[in-house]
Design a protein around this ligand. Sequence first.
Ligand code: AR6
Length: 189
Amino acid sequence: MRIEAVRGDITREDVDAVVNAANSSLLGGGGVDGAIHRAAGPELLEECMELRRTELPDGLPVGRAVPTAGYRLRARWVIHTVGPNARRGETDPALLAACFTSSLAVAGDVGAPTVAFPAVSAGAYGWDVEEVARVAVGAVGAFAAAQENRDGFEVCGIDVRDVGATRVDLVRFVLFDDRALGAFSRELG
Ligand code: AR6
């Protein structure tokens, strides 16, 4: 798996799936969530509302991930995940790692070999971007190793069995500012 970090706006990425740093309601918000909803168009909110009516009446739990279509984005899929909110005392790195792991498992399930991630939880949810970079790069690296070995593993109670469904061969961290880009670039060495 190729893992890279670039500076940019994730809504413009030409990848199979972009990951959204959503909240449990899935009904939109500010930051990268607002930008993705604006760029994808109103159909995205409609699909999210349908998910809430059907599969997720209580919302999407922290650390989990769910796919929708990408609508007007170049990406075919949006994978929504909910980061831990440090401002509410959610500071367990395993919860943040689970966002990256579960998003990659969903990418494998839907058949998305190239995936772009933002710095989940590094904005409104108050995590230090250096810590986000450390956790994100560690989680993606562990997923890549499991994919190579074709074995499942467990992260934060999530049993990632199907890492071999479709291989994810590119993960691109798309960072909005120089500080975030520096943090991820250092972690990637
Ligand atoms: N492309 C790439 N990165 C971006 C973009 C973009 N277009 N826009 C912002 N970022 P945040 P969180 C960066 O707040 O901390 C929302 O209201 C931003 O600079 O988007 O997980 C949701 O609805 C930061 O580094 O997500 C939730 O309520 C990173 O993306 C809550 O915020 C994440 O910042 C989620 O908070």
